[in-house]
Design a protein around this ligand. Structure first.
Ligand code: TRP
Length: 346
């Protein structure tokens, strides 16, 4: 892949390791494991992060699957992947070690246990991020688990900040991911994600208000343009995330809003139009969206829905921008919904 350092391991090597047994399996065989990374059980999803600064990153979210898959075997395979990556790249594993016993349990509940994302930027070594599941010990344990994880990472105050802005609707607001950057830089972050069932714009505007200097109206504007209105979003939930670095004593530096756009459009042609409208408002080049889409599929956009799975807006001092999540659709393309019924969503 162009732009990656010569001689070192490249993105293809990393991807091969990440996918484990699933990566060696022909696509004519059914999925080895029902991964929730993507709707069709493909254990991989691509995303392109467009920064307002002009920077771009390609990211690959993946789940490592063992030869004989199962909850414990997959965790073992994922840890082997991590050990390999630590040999190849400069990783920071102390924070992983500090919280793994909380999240890596014998009988995991929920839709996943351990996911990774590989972040590729031209001219740089791949960076790695790990996702734990706050629901792994059941819904009732999630808040305590997150609070304890934050405490161990020296971010005790972060919990209250998040609770006061994003956990205001009882069980409709739920922790969904606990993520760590595994690189060793000053901006290496801890990231917390909260899903908001049936939320409208007001819920996520309030959530965005936790971050100093972020204008919640940008969140409303994003939903109006990319989502088609202020909601409520009663299909797959809107998700908020906050980024923390150790130095900031529990104050989040960034807020992101994830819109599962595939549930709010009839087909990917409409999804693309919505994302392009948001790009135009944000001064991002629409041609780059089309280039990213063309890199993963040749199918006509109107022939399915779910190619553009999510679109997210990132706001704050660690950098603002938009990220588009693209399904590989390796196993299946979801049929488009009728345009008439879908336009009655709001
Ligand atoms: N497929 C799951 C979902 O759609 C998890 C997921 C994959 C996800 N990529 C994501 C969630 C990006 C939020 C944002 O919920």
């Amino acid at each position: 892949m162009a732009g990656f350092p010569d001689g070192g391991r490249d993105a293809v090597d990393v991807l091969r390791e990440l996918l484990g047994a699933a990566g060696r399996r022909p696509l004519t065989e059914p999925p080895l494991w029902p991964s929730d990374v993507a709707d069709d059980a493909t254990p991989v999803e691509f995303s392109v992060a467009f920064d307002e600064s002009g920077d771009r990153a390609v990211r690959i979210l993946g789940e490592t699957i063992a030869e004989n898959p199962g909850p414990a075997a997959n965790i073992e395979a994922a840890k082997r992947f991590l050990a390999h990556m630590a040999q190849w790249f400069d990783l920071r594993l102390d924070r992983f070690a500090a919280v793994e016993d909380l999240f890596l349990v014998d009988r995991p509940q929920g839709k996943f246990t351990l996911w990774f994302s590989v972040i590729l930027r031209p001219g740089r070594a791949p960076a790695l991020k790990v996702y734990f599941n706050p629901l792994v010990r059941g819904q009732g344990a999630a808040r305590g688990l997150v609070a304890e994880g934050l405490r161990r990472l020296g971010l005790s105050d972060a919990y209250d900040t998040v609770a006061e802005h994003a956990l205001l609707r009882g069980s409709a607001d739920q922790f969904s991911f606990f993520a760590l950057d595994l690189d060793d830089g000053p901006l290496s972050r801890v990231k917390l994600y909260i899903s908001h069932d049936s939320a409208d714009s007001g819920t996520v505007e309030r959530a965005a208000g936790a971050v100093e200097g972020v204008d919640p109206l940008l969140v409303r504007d994003f939903l109006t343009t990319a989502g088609g209105g202020p909601g409520p979003y009663a299909g797959r939930p809107l998700i908020s995330s906050y980024s923390f670095v150790e130095a900031d004593a529990g104050r989040p530096g960034n807020y992101s809003l994830y819109l599962p756009i595939r549930d709010y459009v009839p087909d990917d042609a409409v999804a693309r139009e919505h994302v392009l409208a948001h790009f135009a408002r944000s001064g991002l080049p629409g041609a780059e969206l089309d280039r990213a889409i063309a890199a993963v599929t040749g199918r006509p956009a109107a022939a399915g829905v779910g190619l553009i799975a999510h679109v997210s807006l990132r706001l704050g001092r660690f950098g603002s921008g938009t990220t588009v999540y693209l399904s590989s659709e390796a196993y299946a393309v979801q049929a488009p919904r009728g345009r008439v019924s879908a336009s009655a969503t709001f």
